[in-house]
Design a protein around this ligand. Structure first.
Ligand code: MG
Length: 317
């Protein structure tokens, strides 16, 4: 939340790409009171490199440039996941519909014909920034589970694939945990659905409290949660899971006297198999979770390999 507030306070950075120094001078003067931080690039190559470095809020991109033209730059920026979401307004002396259509097909947000009225350009700039913020907000909302505020299933699927790819590239360790509330149906039947929701919300809060900022807790579906733990091996993640397990077991439910909630965990770190397939990770963690469920629940089982799924800790008693 702090990051969001800081981002709102910072001036948006606008990358102006044009081979004509006169355009740079004109816009620097005309837009100097707009609360925009201007960065200049004079060629397509420079634009791509600067856009990657600073991730501007918006790019104003001249179509007619020597060597690499605006179409090529637009294509390159849209093809790179790092710069794909940056809104781009094309600037061109060409008023032909074909050029405009081509820019929109390549992913430009807007197209302004030179010579332009500064007032119109100013309005189009603020419009483009506003729209891209809305799109970002919608994408964020589409990734969040409404009840718990954790990442939802679609978000989890995307992040797991990214983290599995990253771990296989860098050989960093990675752990996936599937966890599940024990006897959740009985709990709903016995205490009512508001009690079930309270347990889901409390569990999500325990995950947020116990995990590190770079861990990725998600609601996988129903009473099942998934946690991606980057740069973490199985022993360390078993310790983290145990803290979560203990915190839920110790939770008190004054509104629901007599209620107890516990959870079971399946842990896997199969990167030593060189597995690049995120589905294999889910299968392995699910098998470990199944093993934890069939061995008394409220415990943590670790998938070593298909023939060897073991309790993380020997529980007392
Ligand atoms: Mg030009």
């Amino acid at each position: 939340m702090n990051q969001d507030l800081n981002a709102a306070k910072a001036l948006p950075t606008l990358l102006l790409v044009d081979d004509s120094p006169a355009i740079h001078r004109l816009l620097a003067v005309k837009l100097k009171n707009e609360g925009i931080d201007f960065v200049a690039a004079y060629s397509g190559e420079e634009a791509i490199s600067v856009a990657n470095d600073i991730k501007p809020a918006l790019v104003l991109l001249d179509v007619n440039m020597p060597e690499m033209d605006g179409f090529q730059v637009l294509h390159a920026l849209k093809a790179d996941p790092e710069t794909h979401d940056i809104p781009i307004i094309m600037l061109s002396g060409d008023d032909e519909p074909e050029a405009k259509v081509r820019c929109f097909e390549l992913g430009a947000m807007d197209y302004v014909t030179k010579p332009f009225q500064v007032a119109e350009l100013r309005a189009r700039i603020s419009n483009a920034i506003r729209i891209s913020k809305l799109v970002e907000l919608l994408e964020k909302q589409a990734s969040i589970d409404a009840l718990t505020g954790l990442g939802n299933r679609a978000f989890f699927d995307r992040r797991l694939e990214e983290e599995v790819n990253k771990a296989s590239r860098t050989s960093d360790s990675l752990t996936l945990v599937m966890c599940d509330l024990d006897h959740f149906k009985k709990l709903n039947d016995g205490f009512g659905h508001p009690a079930g929701d309270a347990v889901l919300e409390t569990y999500a809060q325990i995950l947020k409290d116990q995990l590190r900022t770079y861990d990725i807790p998600c609601r996988y579906g129903g009473e099942e949660f998934a946690i991606i733990l980057p740069n973490t091996d199985s022993p360390a993640s078993s310790m983290i899971c145990d803290r979560i397990r203990v915190a839920l077991e110790a939770a008190e439910w004054p509104k629901y006297p007599g209620m107890k909630a516990t959870s079971s965990f399946g842990v896997t770190n199969i990167s030593h198999d060189g597995s690049h397939d995120s589905a294999a990770w889910i299968t392995a963690a699910d098998q470990a979770l199944y093993s934890a469920k069939s061995n008394g629940r409220n415990c943590i089982h670790v998938f070593e390999n298909a023939d060897n799924i073991v309790p993380a800790f020997k529980l007392a008693g």
